[in-house]
Design a protein around this ligand. Sequence first.
Ligand code: COA
Length: 604
Amino acid sequence: MYYCMLRSFRGNNFIQLARASVSQNPQLWDTSLKLCTACHTTHSPISPLTHILQRHRSQTASYRCMSSTVRRRRMPSAFPVIDGTFHPFHKHVYEANLRNSLICQQKYLDHKQKVFKGGGENAIARHTQRNRKVLVRERLRMLLDDENYLELSPFAGFGLPYGDIPSAGCLTGIGQINGLWCVFIANDATVKGGTAYPITVKKQLRAQDVAMQNRLPCVYLVDSGGAFLPLQSEIFPDKNQGGRTFYNEAVMSAMKIPQVAVVCGSCTAGGAYVPTMAEEAVIVHRIGTIFLGGPPLVKAATGEEVSPEDLGGATLHSEVSGCVDHFATVESEAYEYARNIISTLNYELPEETSTRPEEPLYSIDDLMGLAPRSYEYSMDIRLIVSRLTDGSRFQEFKARYGTTLVTGFARVEGHQIGIVANNGELTYEASLKGSHFVQLCDQRDIPLVFLQNTSPVPPHTLSQAKAESNTNRLKAQGSMMSAVACASVPKITVVIGGCHGSDSYAMCGRAFDPNFLFLWPNAKVSILAPGHSDALVQTEEEITQINEMLEDESSAFFSTGRLWDDGVILPQDTRKVLGKCLKIIKQQEYQLSREKMRTPLLRL
Ligand code: COA
């Protein structure tokens, strides 16, 4: 009998059946496991949950949420405490790093201040007084549980060839709604009417990527005049441009990643598809409009004068077209609707743990003096590790082999991780060790954290022996790249110093698709570090020119302005950010279903 029930009660019903069985009669549940449909096991000495998780994880991932109905105990671990004291003879290095970090921190704070001003005073006045709309950060305050959200790439859009676009015209990040982590994508209409610049599109696509990779629901706050017309050729035609947002919306829906849109301003042209393709949409009366071409376009085409409200306002779309599902009289009501929609998703939340994780034994503020001002100023990476991990504990792996890479296990805010950290050049031995450790973590389902500080120069080939050793190193680095690329566990990369050359790929650079990648403000990102191009160019003039270019283009702020990362974070915030990311990543274990492709929800 239970065999039949297992067959016919796949998915949510099955989960409810399982819960009922477990709570009412654990023995029955055992009996049903004896007839497991997936492997026809007739008897198992282990619990049904363990059986399913261990044997049928991929096919039966939809059962994973059951884990929350069963009390799980973490295996005790007391990794050894590592020595994080630095020697007095490193004092001058520490002080030089600190001086540089303070300058970088000031730059970070200046950028932050600029970002908070959005499109400037006039645009803010137009937005709040003339258009009677709420500013984007205030909207987030109404939507999210609290201000404890992770903002992604806040400095994207600065220093671009077409000018400074504060926050790239749209805020993205991950915040909690009724306890559930959700990605938000919120236009800032004080920046040129919320129109989409190429960098805006890139930022939106990255946020959707984050939602897909971490299986997070996504909320769009739409207030946009569509494409920024003077740059239309860089927004419209290519694969990863405007249309990709809508393509992603469909794919995300098919992946069972819920999407909710709040129309709190203009949704013109392409923007009109965002709420229309979302699974549920809310519109704000007298503020929200949805149309492919606005009143000026209608007038130009037909000579007819029509108000935005009549052409595509809240009444039309909620009563006639059906493009939206909820009519809000004021903005605050719209965010309340959005919060209530999220609570209908039927997700489960991870259990709150009462035990507080151990703090590191060494001060996190020391990280400012450990953040290398250049590669030559790097200190033992264990000094940094000891200031990030719970209780400064670290179970090092292969401590005596390939010592220019440090690998090992630790916890950050209670989450177990595998750390892969540069401690010099990525040599042959270091790369082999890296491959081994990455695969170990993949086997054990442990997320990886890469602390990247790669060498600024490629190895020179001066003799046959050196050529051989470089070839071996090439092969070993290739293996490490394969191991990193194919590891199915979540990966987080923090560039704490240099991000240069091919070593950076093996250390899970952007191209290797980490779930999150952050930079410290002292970080340098370029194929070669400034001052190392002499062997590659001929004249003094060329050398100076290339070095100046590398200096400008390698700064963390240049990089983050172009969205090559998920943001610049201060060294002293790293532990907090890592802890938050690990919590966010973990949420997917509690979803009802992890099935891959279904059809998207269609608004018929
Ligand atoms: N491309 C480039 N710039 C645009 C733009 C667009 N699509 N839409 C608006 N802007 C600019 C305006 O020129 C103005 O620039 P300024 O601050 O330098 O003067 C700024 O954005 C704000 O626009 P404004 O019309 O003054 O603000 P608003 O709040 O009254 O209205 C919109 C905002 C978006 C509703 C309105 O500008 C509009 O309808 N724009 C056209 C939308 C459209 O048809 N898009 C089609 C794209 S394919």
